[in-house]
Design a binder for this molecule. Sequence first.
Ligand code: ADP
Ligand code: MG
Length: 487
Amino acid sequence: MGMQNRDQYEIVVGLEIHAQLATESKIYAADANLYGNEPNTNVSVITLAHPGTMPKLNKKVMEYAIKMGLACQSNITRLNIFCRKNYFYPDSPKGFQLTQDKTPICVGGKIDINTPTRGEIGIRLNRIHIEEDAGKSIHQANEKDTLIDLNRAGVPLIEIVTEPDIRSSEEAAAVVTEVRKIVRFLGICDGNMEEGSLRCDANVSIMPRGSDRFGNKVELKNMNSIRNVKNAIDHEVDRQIQLVESGEKIISETRTYNPNTGESQGMRTKEELNDYRYFPEPDLSPVEVKEEWLEQIRKDMPVLPAELKVKYMEEYQLPEYDASFLSETRAISDFFNELCQLTTNYKAASNWMMGPVKSWLNEQGADMATFPLTATRMAELISLINDGKVNFTIASQQLFKAMIAEPETSAEKLAKKLKLTVQKDSGFLEEVVDEILKSNPDKVKAYHNGKKNLIGMFMGELMKETKGKADPKTAKETILKKLEQHK
Ligand code: ADP
Ligand code: MG
């Protein structure tokens, strides 16, 4: 029933995205910030919240958060005050979380997405604030006890909060995808949703189409993949439509989505919400973001994917498809940028990246960061083809792989060594053409009787015999010359 009435409702979504920052140490302690270590090995007395211990702010955390804000065109808050958010969780030994309340480090800004229905739109950000992660409670299947691993307690997080500007589950997925791309580009978070480095809560409500009064929102917790974000929202929208259609009210509550069953379950309602009793952390002095510091961070910012894409399309005249691919990750764009310093044949460079390089990486299950060839080698390869010294097919099928196996040797040297260079020696070609014409007397006759397009067949034979190494121009000239002699 819900599905057929879907068109009558407008979907409203706001996201809260947590990104673990890839600093070496935790936010207030020197413990290693590492995923996957033995439980409770990165836990100093500060992480354990022993009495008398004091937090000390890791400045890298501020820097990373500011980078995200600059990437999203947010305003950067100059005076940052850290607050205690009081609640009790077994995996938070302090009994409170250190976070930012009234002074989030980034205010406003936007995430740009491309949507099928609304085109290019900016999803406004409410804020980005800094906080610490909690530890992990591990519930084992057949045990009554809950295990606690505090390695994650005190890992730095930024929480990116959007305005309720999102109008579909696809748009929500696009926002998370874009955030993941940006944090990876900035190198501030590995963006790994399965390991929980990037987590997303979605606030979902519906209203009659055309209305401007939002409905009560339901918060969906902790989706660990982009697909789950989309599925959880779709499921929640159906649930809300069904409730409304059967005359019930939507209550503001928090629910968890179970990707295995595709169902969600209520956790707590708004009335049960904690009063967090925020107050400024007395053990941390407010941190000022001075102009010089901000300038320095601004200078260190990489060119972002959206700008790169425009540059590739406008300056290098590449199709949008190419530009999207080439700006997908920092490793790919860094490599491509370097390559474009060494060749002006940008389309050829792009074709190599999207073709042989990408296929090789896929086959190896590797990423660009570990690609064995330098941009210099790839540029050599491109100019060998430009200069007609090696045919593209030979280059992509043979020379490229040989270079990967021997990355120290220049493309030209290797091509010569493996005899992959184009044959321009017409003496050699003449012998081969003679053989071909001799073994195809009827075709030669047909040619002279007017079937001039048989030249293509002779070219094909010649390429086969020379394994594609004949220079096409010389080859054609030689065939024409020989045909005249074989009258
Ligand atoms: P709360 O007071 O419950 O914390 P906020 O106004 O701070 O709510 O918003 C929290 C998140 O919920 C934000 O991402 C915001 O965009 C989103 N949100 C707020 N109202 C709605 C709504 N009616 N429908 C969907 N999302 C909403
Ligand atoms: Mg709020």
